[in-house]
Design a protein. Structure first.
Length: 94
């Protein structure tokens, strides 16, 4: 299953010339204590079409499940917040 999630992520990002992933977390926290997660409201409003949004959300859900997390709407241990920056490139040839 993990292989499919990686393939999906690569397929989504295949059209991007440059891809940069950043993250931030407290290195002193023991993440083994956390079992549940939920996406923030902002994460569900990414500036992409619904098909791409669904693909991104599903890929993250698959990775979270593979790491032992369970999705919940009530009082999650962890909030997942996604940010996406896109640039439109226009090429013209004469």
């Amino acid at each position: 299953m993990k292989k499919y999630a990686i393939i999906l992520i690569v397929a989504i990002l295949a059209g991007c010339a440059t891809t940069s992933v950043t993250y931030d977390y407290d290195k002193s926290v023991d993440f083994a204590e956390f079992k549940t997660y939920a996406f923030t409201k902002e994460s569900l409003k990414l500036p992409v079409n619904q098909l791409n949004l669904n693909s991104i959300i599903k890929a993250v859900e698959n990775e979270m499940t593979a790491k032992g997390f369970t999705s919940t709407e009530e009082n999650p241990d962890v909030g997942v917040d996604l940010h996406l920056k896109t640039e439109k490139e226009v090429e013209a040839t004469a």
